[in-house]
Design a binder for this molecule. Structure first.
Ligand code: MEV
Length: 428
């Protein structure tokens, strides 16, 4: 990737940005055409994606540059309505690229299917039966979806969980099946398999099946990103790199200890993660739900990321979370902008996409914490919100930039000020 085209990228017009990505060989002529003709869904496609479709809801898709993951540089598509997210992702990516980039690891991509059984007459006997007939359970699951087996995946493990009765719930015997879904997100594969094995599980256990469904708590599909940042890269005006590092570590400790802070800390991580997940055509609610459950895995809701000091004084960051995204299937294959995102990212498979997404999440967290423990978040945030405020005040065309520039200098950046400035500028 030739990054010489990216100098002052954020200052370029939209068309200049597209041209710079074309010149850097990240986009093709077809991509340029796609981006310059409003890339809406066809009526036919939009109408077939959901029930009762009325129109389309547009959000900006932008690009975060300089993300270095496992030695490869990425231009990352991000869809978000929040003005500071892409700027923060790009700035963090740049600093971390100077430090060598992100290193990632991931587990095998296995989804968990659940079948819940109630009214099992003898749970000890049922558990024995399930253990004894584990191979048959797996065979029946795989027979229900032979194409995933042909592609090298399929059901490969059965686990049984017993959930005791409480004042508010009866006891449950829950059968978990681990399924390698290859490049798919896998909800349909898993749900088909769970429904198919349900009658056999009733027969084996003597219980009643309540439901068979994928669990979005994808603890068998985890992705981790890590980075190591020398303190030299952390210096701010009036603050040494060591001070910024120590304050950032304390910020992470605060989010580890306090759920009120942890939720906001993790929300900042999800700002980046959701934006890429959405751009890639994936189910961001599944990623959100899994991430928050993982944050609470100790019994207390805690920070998803971890920041600490290395022996040589560098800042070490890491983030692990369930990342059950897909690379094919569902809306990913049919949505033209999701397809464009795959081309822009130039990832080859679901694992590589997982690595990029979890790295963006860690970078986003780094940017937020660094701002919070130094100049505060409002300076950067409000600067980027100036244009939205100008538009809310009624500015159009070239007035937007003019009002936004004046707003950034004003002591109180709010709608009132934006309206006053717009009037003043127009009547000059
Ligand atoms: C705002 O969208 C996200 C932050 O609040 C995250 C954080 O506090 O860590 C800035």
């Amino acid at each position: 990737m030739d990054t010489s085209y990216f100098s002052k990228f954020y200052k370029k017009t939209r068309l200049e940005k597209i041209q710079a990505l074309l010149d850097a060989n990240i986009l093709t002529e077809e991509d340029k055409q796609f981006l310059t003709q409003a890339p809406l869904l066809s009526d036919e496609l939009a109408n077939s994606m959901v029930e009762n479709q009325l129109t389309q809801y547009a959000l900006p898709l932008g690009v975060a540059l300089n993300l270095m993951v496992d030695g490869k540089e990425y231009a990352v598509p991000m869809v978000t309505e929040e003005p500071s997210v892409i700027a923060a992702a790009s700035s963090a990516a740049k600093t971390i690229a100077q430090a060598g980039g992100f290193d990632t690891t991931s587990t095998k991509r296995r989804m968990i299917g659940q079948v819940a059984l109630t009214a099992v007459p003898d749970t000890t006997h049922a558990q024995k039966q399930l253990k004894l007939h584990k191979k048959d359970v797996l065979n029946k699951a795989n027979q229900a979806h032979p194409s995933i087996v042909k592609r090298g995946g399929g059901a490969d493990e059965v686990m049984v969980r017993f959930i005791e009765a409480t004042e508010k719930s009866p006891e449950f015997l829950v059968v978990h099946v681990y399924i390698d879904v290859q490049e798919a997100m896998g909800a349909n594969i898993v749900n088909t398999m769970m429904e198919a094995i349900a009658p056999y599980l009733e027969m084996l256990t003597g219980g009643k099946v309540l439901m068979g469904i994928l669990s979005n708590y994808a603890t068998e599909c985890l992705a981790t990103a890590a980075c190591r940042i020398p303190v030299d890269l952390l210096k701010r005006e009036g603050l040494s790199g060591e001070t910024v590092r120590d304050r950032l570590i304390e910020a992470a400790q605060f989010a580890y200890a306090d759920p009120y802070r942890a939720v906001t800390h993790n929300k900042g991580i999800m700002n980046g993660i959701d934006a890429v997940v959405l751009a890639s055509g994936n189910d961001w609610r599944a990623i959100e739900a899994g991430a928050h459950a993982y944050a609470a895995r100790s019994g207390q809701y805690r920070a998803l990321s971890n920041w600490e000091k290395a022996d040589n004084g560098d800042l070490l960051g890491s983030l692990t979370l369930p990342m059950p995204i897909g690379f094919v299937g569902g809306s990913i294959t049919i949505h033209p902008t999701a397809q464009f995102s795959q081309r822009l990212l130039s990832v080859k498979n679901a694992k590589e996409l997982e690595s990029v997404i979890v790295s963006v999440g860690l970078g986003q967290n780094f940017a937020a914490l660094k701002a919070l423990v130094t100049e505060g978040i409002q300076k950067g945030h409000m600067g980027l919100q100036a244009k939205s405020l100008a538009i809310s005040a009624g500015a159009t065309d070239h007035w937007i930039e003019l009002v936004a520039d004046e707003l950034k200098k004003a002591p109180h950046m709010n709608l009132e000020t934006a309206k006053t400035l717009l009037n003043k500028i127009k009547n000059k």
